[in-house]
Design a protein around this ligand. Structure first.
Ligand code: PMP
Length: 369
C-alpha cells in the first residue's frame, strides 16, 4: 500500500500547515483581528444585501465582480492618496487568495520569491504551494532596529538572488513597523525582472506620515499593493482581500483564478461593508490608542516593544516566551508565539482586553523577565 506521505508531492513532505490556535477563551489577541463586532446598522445592511442576492443563487455570480471592483477603487481613491480605476483592482477570498493568484501567475517551478524575514508567515507557505522556490532574506539595520529593512540591504539581497517576485510587508507582520517608500522604490528599480508585492494588510493603522505604496503605482507596471478587509474593516469572517496594480497585470490573474471564485454572498457582503466604511473604520483610532498604550506600558515594565504601525505589538525581553504565552493562556488570554526567541506578539483589541493583558503581564513580571 502506498502511504499518503509517498503520494504527497515530495516538496510538501514534512511541511507544517498554518496553524494559529483557534481557542474559545475570553481574550483573543492572537490573529490581529478587529475585536469589535460589526455594528448593528452594518449588520442590517449586510443581511439586506445577502437577502437581495439569495433568490439569484441558482445562477453563477458576476465573474468580474464589477460592482465590488468599482467600490474598492472608490475606497482606495478616497483614502490612498491616488486615483485608481476599477481595471486596476482585483479581489479574492482574503488577501491570502490574492497572494496565491500572484504566485500562480508569476511564480512556479524554476522561479524564486524573496521575502525579508521575519515577515508574514504565509508568504513562504503560499509560495511553496505553487512550487516556487522561497528565499528567506534578512532584516536588521546596524545602528537602527534589529527588524528594520533599509534600501541598501534590500537592494543587495535582491541583486544577489534575482527573484521573480519580491514580498515587502508594510506595516510588517509580526514586527509592526512600516517601510519607507524609498525601500519600495529601490527594490523595484533593482529587480527589473520581478513583480514587487507590497502587502499592506494593516495600512489603515499606520501612524501619520506613512504613505501607502499605492502612491507609487503610476508608471510602475510590476508593482502590486495588496490589502484586506480582515483587519481595519472588521470583516475577517467575510474573507475579502484585494490588490491594486496595472490593468495588464490584473488581467494576467484571470489566467489562474477559478471561474466565479468570489461567491455572490461574498461580493454582496463586501459591497455592503464598503458602503459603511466610515462606521466600520470608526474603531481604528481606538485600536491605535490601545496599541500605543501597549507599547508604552510594556516598555515601563522593562520589556522591549517594537513601535508599531499596525493593530498589534511585537515585544521582546522575555526570559522564556513559551512560559509567558502559557501563563497568559492560563488566565484566558491568547496571544501569539511567532517563533522569535524571547518575543511574543499581541493584538491591540478593546480597552478592556488591553487592561486584562497588561494586568496579567504585570502580575507575571517578576517571574518572566
Ligand atoms: N497579509 C498579512 C501581512 C497578514 O498579517 C494577513 C493576516 N494575518 C494577511 C495578509 C491575510 O489576511 P486575509 O487573507 O484575511 O486577507
Amino acid at each position: 500500500m502506498t502511504s499518503i506521505e509517498q503520494l504527497l508531492r515530495p516538496d510538501l513532505r514534512g511541511r507544517t500547515a498554518y496553524g494559529a490556535p483557534q481557542l474559545e477563551v475570553p481574550v483573543r489577541l492572537n490573529t490581529n483581528e478587529n475585536s469589535y463586532a460589526v455594528p448593528d446598522d452594518v449588520v442590517a445592511a449586510i443581511v439586506a444585501a445577502v437577502a437581495e442576492v439569495a433568490p439569484t443563487l441558482n445562477r453563477y455570480p458576476d465573474r468580474e465582480f464589477t460592482r465590488l471592483r468599482e467600490d474598492l477603487a472608490s475606497y482606495l481613491t478616497r483614502t490612498g492618496g491616488v486615483a485608481l480605476d476599477p481595471a486596476q483592482l482585483w479581489a479574492g477570498n482574503g488577501s491570502n487568495e490574492v497572494l496565491l493568484h500572484l504566485l500562480q501567475a508569476f511564480g512556479g517551478p524554476e522561479r524564486t520569491a524573496l521575502g525579508f524575514t521575519p515577515a508574514y508567515s504565509m508568504h513562504p507557505i503560499i509560495t511553496r504551494t505553487t512550487g516556487t522556490r522561497w528565499v528567506d532574506g534578512l532584516r536588521g539595520v546596524p545602528g537602527a532596529g534589529e527588524f528594520d529593512l533599509d534600501a541598501e540591504s534590500a537592494v543587495s539581497q535582491v541583486k544577489e538572488h534575482q527573484p521573480h517576485l519580491v514580498f515587502l510587508c508594510s506595516p510588517n507582520n509580526p514586527t509592526g513597523t512600516a517601510l519607507g517608500l524609498d525601500v519600495v522604490e529601490a527594490v523595484h528599480e533593482a529587480a527589473p525582472g520581478a513583480v514587487v508585492v507590497v502587502d499592506e494588510a494593516y495600512a489603515e493603522f499606520a501612524r501619520p506620515g506613512t504613505p501607502s505604496a499605492l502612491t507609487l503605482l503610476q508608471g510602475r507596471p510590476r508593482l502590486v499593493v495588496t490589502r484586506t478587509m480582515s483587519k481595519a474593516f472588521a470583516l475577517a469572517g467575510g474573507r475579502l482581500g484585494y490588490l491594486a496594480a496595472d490593468p495588464e497585470l490584473v488581467d494576467a490573474l484571470r489566467l489562474v483564478r477559478m471561474p466565479y471564485h468570489l461567491s455572490a454572498p461574498t461580493q454582496a457582503v463586501a459591497c455592503a461593508a464598503l458602503e459603511h466604511a466610515g462606521a466600520l473604520l470608526d474603531t481604528v483610532e481606538t485600536i491605535k490608542g490601545q496599541r500605543d498604550r501597549i507599547v508604552t506600558e510594556l516598555a515601563a515594565m522593562g520589556l522591549r516593544p517594537v513601535p508599531s504601525d499596525a493593530n498589534f505589538v511585537l515585544f521582546g525581553g522575555l526570559d522564556d516566551e513559551h512560559a509567558t504565552w502559557q501563563a497568559l493562556l492560563d488566565e484566558g488570554i491568547l496571544i501569539r508565539d511567532v517563533g522569535l526567541p524571547h518575543h511574543l506578539r499581541v493584538t491591540a483589541g478593546t480597552p478592556e482586553e488591553t487592561d486584562a493583558f497588561l494586568a496579567a503581564m504585570r502580575a507575571l513580571a517578576p517571574t518572566h523577565r
